[in-house]
Unconditional design. Structure first.
Length: 257
């Protein structure tokens, strides 16, 4: 299959997915903004803006240049390339809403495409949120004075910290999977592993999804298995309903959060 570049069509599609049924869903999701915008405190005027992104008429050209830079293999340091690309995306501010929500997951996607990550699972947003004031101050430092070095150092530290955190979480998930799998032998059900796989993929799940994914001989078989998972403390039912129940794999959620 031909490699698909990270570019205008890709980020529009991703934006439409990320903003589906959440804050910003009515702000022309999946399309570049068609108006002038500014970034400021709520209720502030443009005169008091922290930052004024480029005019909407410039977006196509700017994103085209950004796309060429992101997909270039000429940059000697991929992590520095990703740091620059992240700043550029946030500075272009191509959408009316959700630019941060899109810009941050684009980092692991880019590193995955550059073969720096085996999977695009690095959650750098967590580090940026913990250091929110520094994050914005360093980006604005580039806007005002072209001060790149502090931002790049901050970005590289975020990658280092979150890489270790991600590895710790992956290891904890693998250990949890093996622990629970070992316990399932006492269930005497050939569908127990299938259910375990479902709740590892979707730790907040429903009877509807489980019935679809676990190809059991009957729904009653699934209900009995779910009852065993609850009695063993693997799953917690959170609705209290008799139908359309929702189950949470609490221990996995504690690792993910």
């Amino acid at each position: 299959m031909e490699k698909r570049p990270i570019g205008a069509n890709f980020i529009k599609e991703l934006h439409a997915i990320l903003l589906d049924s959440v804050r910003g869903t009515n702000k022309d999701r999946g399309n570049f903004r068609k108006v002038r915008v500014f970034i400021a405190k709520p209720g502030a005027t443009e005169e008091n803006a922290y930052y004024i992104p480029p005019e909407d008429s410039e977006l196509n050209a700017l994103i085209s240049n950004w796309e060429k830079f992101v997909n270039s293999d000429d940059e000697p340091d991929v992590l520095v390339q990703a740091a620059i690309a992240h700043y550029q995306f946030e500075a272009i501010h191509p959408f009316l809403d959700g630019n941060e929500r899109l810009g941050r997951p684009l980092i692991p996607i880019m590193l995955y495409e550059k073969k720096m990550l085996p999977h695009p699972v690095l959650y750098v947003s967590e580090y940026f949120e913990r250091n929110r004031d520094d994050y914005y101050a360093l980006l604005r430092g580039i806007d005002r004075a072209g001060d790149w070095e502090p931002w790049i150092r901050h970005f590289l530290k975020s990658i280092s910290v979150q890489e270790r955190d991600t590895q710790d979480r992956v290891n904890a998930m693998l250990e949890l999977y093996q622990e629970v799998k070992d316990r399932l032998s006492s269930f005497r059900s050939r569908y127990a592993i299938a259910l375990l796989d479902v709740i590892f993929e979707t730790p907040i799940t429903s009877t509807k999804l489980i019935k679809t994914e676990v190809k059991a001989s009957s729904h009653q078989t699934i209900y009995k298995l779910l009852d065993k998972f609850q009695k063993q403390g693997i799953l917690t039912e959170v609705t209290g309903r008799k139908r359309n129940r929702i189950y949470v794999f609490d221990r996995l959620m504690q690792i993910i959060r």
